[in-house]
Design a protein around this ligand. Structure first.
Ligand SMILES: [Zn+2]
Length: 496
């Protein structure tokens, strides 16, 4: 254990009696004394997360292991190399600059959901972002839950950001004010350049700008981003208001299915003109990923049932699904026509609701098989359906398995999944990193975790005699850079 000061939430110790009296307080104290062993003593120059108190390295999931020269060489290679970031939701820098940020910026995305799961009320978590409430009061509300949430991948990621970007070795009662001052002071022009380019060494990020979800124009800053756009609002349209919105965005009047198809084509044209590099679908948050093939006649009937009656809301779920499935196919056909990649969310849902079974990537197999000409970038390691995810990547030439978000959901699972992908999927297909954050601090921490996971997996593959030593750095460049670069640069974009 380290000699760092630990945080104690309770003034005096509370020896428990014979192991029977594991009171909440005792548990809290035990958790508070949990030192982030896997973070101590490391620096941003080395993506290694882990050293023990005597300086010996530890693995990304905190497992002690023997050091090796190949592992060290791969960590250093990972630290130096430029990487490609296949997925972010970063606030644009001008938007970020208008926000008043403080310590709780680090607890505004993902970590906030863990706080709720740990038992903090959603309202109290929400209030952490209210700058009108004194920082000390917000800390007091947050502190009881931090010992329990610092141990997840999300918590690890914030500890790395605090350490490497702000020089704070641990987040606790002694350090949070200073960390808060440093976060506020850093919020000035140039911070994105420093974090994303200089520190995280990200060439560019594929940006899923959530403000464009309902058809708002893309605001491109090509220095940092390739932009993807969503057309899910065409797929999920089932009320007259949805069609009104589509009319407003596209200028196409919609009263029959053919109009909706025209409006979709028009929306594609508009976004391509603004520089859209690809398409993203996040519908796993709303429905099953199983999209059936629907005839045009069935779709027309569904459209007329939904919108031709005075109260379309009464239409049954099957009717809605018929039109949704049809419009998903139309969206994929637009993607095919314009030769751009299609990113699809699979697996685990962010936040504090989850309908995980419907997000299984194997639900997509019909759609993936139907459009061999479309390059599908499948997200999030399919977590927790890593096996199905790898299986799709293995046999389908048009599927690119993407580990975006996975390193912070669970670094150990990211390791396991990467091992599986290396053994199953040809090396030019694996996409190893996407930060998936609103804030650049998270993207940085996540990038370091991805580097650490990749270096460790490749080192293990060499040590186990699976890879030759000279294959490992080449594979790392494929996984963390080249595959993404090829997918996102090689598209012919709009022909015009
Ligand atoms: Zn995302």
């Amino acid at each position: 254990m380290s000699d760092k000061p630990h945080e104690h939430h309770h003034g005096h110790s509370h020896p428990h009696s014979g192991g029977k009296d594991l009171s909440r307080r005792t548990l809290m104290q035990a958790a508070a004394a949990f030192t982030p062993l896997s973070l101590v003593g490391s620096s941003g120059a080395d993506p290694l997360l882990a050293k023990d108190s005597s300086g010996r390295p530890l693995g990304v999931a905190g497992q002690p292991r023997s050091d090796s020269s190949i592992w060290k060489a791969l960590r250093e290679h990972a630290a130096r190399m430029t990487i490609l970031d296949t997925h972010e939701h970063l606030w644009h820098e001008d938007v970020r600059l208008q926000k008043k940020v403080d310590f709780f910026l680090l607890f505004s995305h993902y970590t906030d959901a863990d706080l709720v799961t740990a038992g903090m009320t959603p309202q109290a978590v929400h209030d952490l972002q209210n700058p009108e409430i004194p920082l000390e009061k917000r800390w007091k509300d947050f502190a009881p839950y931090w010992p329990f949430t610092r141990t997840t991948g999300y918590g690890r990621c914030m500890l790395i950001a605090a350490r490497d970007l702000f020089g704070i070795e641990d987040i606790n009662k002694q350090t949070y004010r200073l960390l808060s001052e440093r976060i506020a002071a850093a919020n000035k022009p140039g911070w994105f350049e420093e974090v994303l380019k200089e520190k995280a060494r990200i060439e560019y990020s594929v940006e899923d700008d959530l403000t464009t979800i309902r058809g708002e124009p893309l605001k491109l800053n090509p220095k940092f981003y390739k932009m993807v756009s969503r057309f899910d609002y065409f797929i999920m349209a089932n009320r007259r208001e949805d069609l009104d919105h589509i009319e407003k965005v596209t200028g196409v009047a919609v009263s029959k299915l053919a109009d909706l198809e025209d409006a979709l084509a028009k929306a594609f044209e508009n976004r391509l003109r603004e520089g859209m590099a690809g398409v993203k679908s996040g519908l796993a948050y709303q429905r099953s990923l199983h999209y059936e093939k629907v005839s045009r006649e069935e779709a027309e009937r569904a459209f007329n049932t939904l919108f031709g009656t005075p109260s379309p809301a009464t239409a049954d779920a099957a009717t809605r699904k018929t039109l949704e499935d049809y419009m998903m196919h139309k969206t994929v056909q637009q993607v095919a026509e314009h030769h751009i990649p299609f990113q699809i969310h699979t697996g685990f849902e962010a936040g504090n609701r989850n309908h995980v079974a419907r997000t299984n990537p194997s639900h997509l197999s019909d759609l993936l098989n139907e459009y061999p000409q479309v390059r599908f970038d499948l997200f999030h390691g399919g977590y927790p359906y890593g096996g199905e995810f790898a299986a799709l990547g293995k046999s389908l030439a048009n599927v690119y398995p993407d580990l975006c978000w996975l390193h912070i959901i669970a670094p150990g699972v990211a390791k396991r999944t990467l091992h599986e992908l290396i053994e199953t999927v040809p090396a030019n297909k694996i996409l190893g990193f996407g930060g998936d954050f609103f804030h650049v601090e998270g993207a940085y921490g996540h990038a370091q975790m991805a580097r650490a996971v990749t270096a460790e997996v490749l080192a293990e593959k060499v040590e186990q005699g699976y890879l030759r030593e000279e294959e490992a750095p080449l594979l790392m460049e494929r996984i963390l850079y080249l595959n993404g670069k090829e997918l996102w640069s090689a598209n012919p974009a709009s022909p015009s």
